[in-house]
Design a protein around this ligand. Structure first.
Ligand SMILES: Cc1cc2nc3c(=O)[nH]c(=O)nc-3n(C[C@H](O)[C@H](O)[C@H](O)COP(=O)(O)O)c2cc1C
Length: 378
């Protein structure tokens, strides 16, 4: 890890260490990948004001996220299949987040179950919910998150239908991994990945195992999702979820100001301005382009979180400057996990924290609360 200086280094290590189908699953986006590219490109177009001769000796990244203290304004986003990037990947990522003092969000589509993680860590984590047609199962899943003392529920609202990711189809990406001849050649050159996966508790979706019949052998993830996820999902269902979940509720996947205004009246405490990391509606705007209008419109009613394209601490600073209270990262830590398990996730968080504190210093600010659009060049 000594020579890792940036998230791109972790990405390249991830690519070397993990079979192509799983690396591509993490790295790529939907259709033409227009929105995936825009997420990073539009962030990089935003320039800072360099300020000089300001005392920046007391820089402090600490903040609160939904009322809880956090060491920096960062959350690990829900990412499916972490346990296929590294054996027991969800547990490793959660431990790295908690050691760094930031929240971890477990995806519904995890390899480890809610109970596996709860048994392996000391502090509460967040749980992300996808709503499937079997509402009895969804109610039971929420009750499992309550029993595991999850401290927030992240309801993802941008995946009623799934955007096609061409590369997953071309790679024949399956869960559990298919041990076909072509895959074996790839696996043979990744022995540390194979050993980790073999040691891992589970090889399929831990939260669904034993509940949804087909989950034991999902040959095509997207076909299965299309058959299971509930396309009737609408705002009334948010009320239903509210009636079961007593804790903090976050709506993730809002990109439109009108939707944000409805969300502000839904009983949710926060929204995540997100296009699912360019994996859903290809041709949607980058998350950063829509953030200022949404933050202006509902920022006083709800906590505004942001994700999409964050690869540096400078990107976190840009999102905070344009109205986000905190940011989520997906790929940036998934690369770390694929590269080196818990140590790699810790490295990803550390890289971003150091970049953020340096950027604050060079922009003349000491605290997260001071960051607003005054740090940006016009
Ligand atoms: C490999 C991968 C799997 C993901 N799985 C989920 C998921 O299960 N649930 C969810 O709400 N979002 C999921 N997302 C979206 C992330 O939570 C987040 O919105 C996105 O990664 C942010 O963009 P970034 O990767 O550029 O940081 C996934 C993203 C990636 C890259």
């Amino acid at each position: 890890m000594k020579h890792v200086t940036c998230i791109e280094d972790l990405r390249l290590l991830h690519q070397q260490r993990v079979p192509k189908a799983f690396f591509d699953y993490a790295d790529r986006g939907s259709y033409t990948e227009d929105t995936l590219r825009a997420n990073s490109e539009k962030l990089q177009e935003i320039k800072f004001r360099q300020r000089i001769l300001v005392d920046v000796s007391k820089r402090d990244l600490s903040t609160t996220i939904l009322g809880e203290p956090a060491s920096m304004p960062l959350v690990l986003a829900p990412v499916g299949l972490l346990g296929m990037q590294h054996g027991d990947g969800e547990i490793h990522a959660c431990r790295a987040a908690q050691a760094a003092g930031i929240p971890f969000t477990q995806s519904t589509m995890s390899i480890c179950s809610i109970e596996d993680i709860a048994a392996a860590v000391d502090k509460p984590f967040w749980f992300q919910l996808y709503v499937m047609k079997d509402r009895g199962f969804i109610k039971a899943l929420i009750e499992r998150a309550i029993a595991a003392k999850c401290s927030a529920l992240v309801l993802t609202v941008d995946l009623q239908v799934i955007g096609q990711r061409h590369q997953d189809i071309k790679n024949g990406m399956t869960v559990p991994p298919e041990w076909s001849l072509s895959k074996l050649v790839d696996f043979a050159s990744k022995p540390s990945w194979v050993a980790g996966i073999m040691r891992g508790k589970r090889k399929t979706f831990g939260n669904l195992a034993g509940h949804l019949k087909i989950s034991e052998d999902i040959t095509s993830l997207s076909t299965w999702i299309n058959s299971q996820f509930d396309t009737t999902l609408n705002w009334k269902d948010v009320d239903w979820i509210r009636s079961i979940w007593p804790g903090k509720l976050i709506l993730k996947g809002i990109l439109d100001t009108e939707d944000a205004e409805i969300a502000a009246k839904s009983g949710a405490q926060a929204i995540v301005v997100s296009n699912h990391g360019g994996r859903q509606l290809d041709g949607a705007p980058s998350s950063i382009e829509v953030l200022p209008e949404i933050a202006d419109s509902v920022g006083s009613q709800l906590e505004i979180m942001f994700d999409g394209g964050i690869r540096t601490g400078m990107d976190i600073m840009r999102a905070l400057a344009l109205g986000a209270k905190s940011c989520m990262i997906g790929r940036a830590y998934a690369y770390g996990l694929g590269a080196a398990g818990q140590e790699g996730v810790a490295k990803a968080i550390d890289v971003l924290a150091k970049e953020l504190t340096t950027t604050m210093g060079l922009c003349g600010v000491n605290t997260i609360a001071e960051i607003d659009d005054h740090v940006l060049a016009v």
